[in-house]
Design a protein around this ligand. Structure first.
Ligand code: ZN
Length: 544
């Protein structure tokens, strides 16, 4: 034991001397609460008007971000500009009349948005679906690595598919089936919409179920009534399904019982690898009026150019956008988004400044990236990965964050998407130095890994990390931390009350999280490490 301790001490001392040579410790310790507070108090101030895309708030925000990047010595990332224009289209879909489904034994009239929540991504005024044949396609998943194909033996071309939310692992709790309770990408509605389009389906409806979705039916219900943002494409999104949406649980229950199925039993049957979907012998009719507006938003990024291999890059990201000015809540109508995502943007600037403190510029480049339209479906980051400033093959890693709580020093480092890539091992080493432990996101079944910007990078095969202290307060323990998080989610998340409260905020935990993220990035930009996806990750087979 004593020998082991000695060896460890030597190893640590060596590691220490290597890093301090380059002023690493000084840079690491330069990250501090006061600076973080300065950034947050600006970004979450009323002057920024809630940072909504296409508004005056966008202009103020992106100019502030560019000015700060310049001030800390980062050069423009996009051909001499800090800005990348992101062409978007805003669509409001309105159902003309109730949706009619003609089934074998009767006719269903479902009203929107109470029973069914449908939108169309097509950039066109009117979408008319007349008696489209319906097919039940299980979970709507094609996953070769799990030898799973819900479309085997089904003809869905030009038809409307009805599928279940999440994946079979959740419902069977069988750890060998997909990832057990943890949601894989195949469980997300975005995947199901994409796969339906790849299969040539005309429309897709997901049967809502609260646990599997990770949220109540209120979420799709509300979002089908508000404007939805999409990327502007040459084909006006005609490569996507003509309509997509959700059917509320009770409505689905009545429809399937008419066909002779109990939806809950059917869900369990669909978890069997031998299950095949079926023709529902039903037809759906609906009309959607689309009101659309073309508009351009902006990604912002700055670069610290590497010396030896400047074309290789590590990207730190945190979305700048939030919800702007909306419905008045307790006398406040500005949705300031202090935690969503002010704290992360502050961290990124502090990390960026730390890199500048090093006595020599690292071999690889560092990019600080503030994507737009995250709240609307990760659109800014998606656009960036389609139009990158650095070759995707030479993008070493993405380190993203979102919703970092200002509740003091935490013992845990919660990783959303734990076990996906070797970045976990790097953060593990850095966490140990801070006397912290890694902790898989306890709510992995809600698919948070697929709900912030790192996911856009993951889809391109770039290892991506989403990690922060969240569950175990050094001072007050786990229960207290859970209460703080629950309070944030219930009372502030996506609400006007997501403000900066200088009198109660404690930045000390965010300092440690920023230091962790700095250390991982430091290791990557001063070495030739190419972190890889781990065995069993659904991103392992994506060709960069
Ligand atoms: Zn966010």
């Amino acid at each position: 034991m004593k020998n082991l301790v000695t060896v460890l001490a030597i190893v640590l001392a060596l590691a220490w001397s290597c890093s301090s040579e380059n002023g690493f410790e000084k840079a690491y310790n330069s990250i501090n609460s006061n600076d973080l507070a300065t950034y947050v108090s600006a970004l979450a101030s009323d002057e920024f008007m809630g940072r909504a895309p296409f508004t005056k708030g966008e202009e103020i925000t992106i100019n502030y971000l560019a000015d700060q990047l310049k001030a800390i010595g980062y050069e423009p990332a996009f051909n001499g500009s800090y800005f990348q224009e992101v062409p978007l289209v805003e669509i409001v879909s309105k159902m003309d009349k109730p949706v009619v489904i003609k089934a074998q034994k009767g006719r269903f009239t479902f009203s929107s948005p109470e029973n069914i929540a449908i939108t169309s991504p097509w950039v066109t005024d009117k979408i008319v679906i007349s008696e489209s044949e319906m097919v039940f396609a299980g979970f709507g998943i094609t996953a070769p690595e799990y030898s799973w194909n819900d479309f085997d033996g089904l003809d869905v071309e030009g038809k409307t598919i009805v599928v279940l939310v999440n994946d079979p692992g959740l419902y069977t709790e069988n750890g060998d089936l997909f990832k057990g309770r943890e949601m894989t990408y195949y469980g997300r509605w975005t995947y199901k919409f994409e796969e339906a389009a790849r299969r040539g389906a005309k429309g897709i409806l997901i049967v809502h179920e609260t646990e599997g979705a990770g949220y109540s039916y209120d979420i799709p219900r509300n979002s089908c009534m508000t404007p939805n943002l999409f990327m502007q494409t040459e084909n006006g999104n005609s490569d996507k399904c003509m309509f997509s949406g959700w059917i509320e649980a009770e409505a689905a229950k009545s429809l399937f019982s008419n066909l002779g199925y109990d939806i809950d039993k059917l869900r369990m049957e669909a978890c069997d690898p031998g299950f095949t979907g079926f023709d529902m012998e039903s037809a759906i009719t609906l009309t959607i009026n689309n009101n659309y507006k073309l508009n351009t938003s902006t990604n912002v990024a700055g670069v610290l150019r590497g010396t030896a291999r400047p074309d290789e890059v590590v990207i730190y990201s945190g979305h700048w956008d939030h919800f702007g000015i909306g419905e008045k809540q307790d006398g406040d109508s500005i949705y300031n988004g202090a935690v969503d995502n002010g704290t992360t943007m502050a961290m990124i600037f502090e990390i960026g400044e730390a890199f500048k403190q090093l006595s020599s510029v690292p071999d690889r480049s560092v990019m600080l990236f503030f994507p737009t339209a995250e709240e609307q479906g990760l659109l800014g980051s998606k656009y960036y990965t389609e139009n990158p400033a650095f070759d995707i093959n030479k993008t070493i890693a993405n380190i993203n964050n979102d919703l970092v709580l200002p509740i003091g020093r935490m013992r845990d480092v919660m990783i959303t998407g734990y076990g996906q890539s070797e970045l976990d091992d790097l953060i593990g080493e850095a966490a140990l130095k801070q006397d912290r432990y890694l902790f898989p996101d306890p709510n992995a079944h809600t698919g948070m890994y697929f709900r912030s910007d790192h996911f856009s990078f993951a889809l391109k095969g770039i290892p991506s990390l989403y990690a922060r202290g969240n569950c175990d307060s050094r001072e007050f323990g786990k229960e207290w931390a859970a209460e703080m998080e629950a309070d944030y989610i219930a009372n502030k998340y996506h609400k006007a009350a997501d403000n900066y409260y200088p009198e109660i905020w404690d930045f000390s935990g965010i300092v440690e999280d920023a230091q962790l993220a700095f250390e991982i990035g430091y290791k990557l930009v001063t070495s030739d490490i190419y972190p890889k996806w781990k065995e069993g990750s659904e991103f392992k087979n994506i060709k960069k």
